[in-house]
Design a protein around this ligand. Sequence first.
Ligand SMILES: CC(C)(COP(=O)(O)OP(=O)(O)OC[C@H]1O[C@@H](n2cnc3c(N)ncnc32)[C@H](O)[C@@H]1OP(=O)(O)O)[C@@H](O)C(=O)NCCC(=O)NCCS
Length: 164
Amino acid sequence: MNIRKYREADWSQVWRMIEPVFRAGETYAFSPEITEREAHTIWVESPQETYVATGPDQRVLGTYYIKPNQPALGAHVCNCGYIVAKRARGRGVASKMCEHSQQQAVNLGFRAMQYNLVVSTNEGAIRLWKRLGFHVAGTLPNAFCSSSAGYVDALVMYKELEVR
Ligand SMILES: CC(C)(COP(=O)(O)OP(=O)(O)OC[C@H]1O[C@@H](n2cnc3c(N)ncnc32)[C@H](O)[C@@H]1OP(=O)(O)O)[C@@H](O)C(=O)NCCC(=O)NCCS
């Protein structure tokens, strides 16, 4: 697996991968009715950088973005979002992207990484982020309105990075 910077030619594959995740309304707060244009802004234009993980055949298996979580005095903490194609899950793609993003974060000068709204029902993701060194900074009661489960808790997860 290779992880490289997103190129505009990747968009159709990236959109095909992220669209069902947003439509499902289970893991990200974006509207399930989000348009392709809005998704492009959110995933590609607003973040500082966007990356894709590709397989041996160059097909896109996963994607993540990185951006400052807050302006100015909070801008040393970054935020990332990760999505893996359904067919490629459970093979370590997200683990590799998370490790890559932590290294990129350090390269970009960030000192910590924060996930703002990890949905409590997303147990696999919580397990994964914990395994990769994140801790639960707090639980926000009923902060996420899940399409299937209604109001559920969301976690703020945080990791200080090894800054050289
Ligand atoms: C959450 C998500 C990003 C995880 O992606 P993934 O690529 O399946 O994650 P990984 O493969 O790295 O890890 C998942 C599991 O596979 C296991 N795994 C890792 N490498 C593996 C390998 N080579 N072979 C088999 N299993 C492996 C991991 O140990 C982990 O097991 P666990 O669930 O028992 O902890 C993906 O399910 C997804 O895109 N979900 C929808 C969007 C989402 O929820 N994003 C995160 C928001 S916080």
